[in-house]
Ligand binder design. Structure first.
Ligand SMILES: Cc1cc2nc3c(=O)[nH]c(=O)nc-3n(C[C@H](O)[C@H](O)[C@H](O)COP(=O)(O)O)c2cc1C
Length: 197
């Protein structure tokens, strides 16, 4: 049994959650590598899958890359409160994380993320039509190009943003045969508590 969440120490569980999230940025095969981020779109919850690119354990932040022209940007400008959903089937852990979003465009955070991005990822920011626009036929982008015109890369760069989310609470659920567990980690009041599942 290699599961780290069978014990009942809340402080250790909280540390392990962040370590698992941090590990996920290093491997695309880990379930926490991909999360579902929800924002508020005119009173309607709007969810989408995104790739977790950076986890800062001490700052309690989780970041992903996006296109500044995407619909989520306007939603986040109006209401920056977001929530994450993660589930790891092997760990048997669900995480709901509540956060405030910070949009980084052309600052040091965005510059570093751009430098760390693969060319194929950068190509995703080269669509002529804005993400979410209704179009007559799919605009197909060749992401595996190896030779890209500087103008096209500059256009992609102009469309690139990093969304950093500062976590203010976590709802943790661990479902297993030995007994289900749920806990709440509140960073605003710094209180960690068990919860009924
Ligand atoms: C597996 C997967 C990973 C994705 N990763 C990202 C991502 O890292 N950033 C992003 O903006 N969109 C990503 N998307 C696309 C989003 O889910 C979403 O369709 C897009 O961002 C538009 O969302 P919006 O209209 O709410 O802005 C991903 C989609 C899938 C299926």
């Amino acid at each position: 049994m290699n599961n780290q969440f069978y014990h009942n120490n809340l402080e250790d569980i909280e540390v392990q959650i962040w370590e698992e999230l941090h590990q996920s940025t290093k491997s695309a095969n880990t379930p926490f590598h991909q999360g579902v981020l929800a924002s508020i779109n005119d009173n309607v919850p709007e969810q989408r899958s995104v790739i977790v690119r950076n986890v800062d354990i001490s700052e309690k932040t989780i970041s992903f890359n996006t296109d500044i022209r995407s619909l989520k940007i306007e939603q986040l400008k109006i209401n920056g409160t977001v929530s994450w959903l993660f589930y790891d089937k092997t760990l048997k852990v669900q995480l709901r994380m509540y956060a405030k979003a910070i949009i980084h465009i052309e600052d040091d955070v965005a510059k570093l993320a751009w430098e760390q991005s693969r060319l194929s990822s950068k190509m995703c920011y080269t669509t002529q039509q804005k993400p979410g626009s209704f179009i007559n036929e799919p605009e197909l982008i060749e992401v595996n190009k190896t030779d890209v015109e500087p103008e096209l890369l500059a256009f992609a760069h102009d469309n690139f943003a990093v969304i950093e989310t500062k976590i203010f609470a976590i709802d943790f659920v661990f479902l297993n045969r030995k007994g289900n567990k749920r806990a709440y980690f509140d960073y605003q009041s710094n209180i960690f508590k068990w919860r009924q599942v």
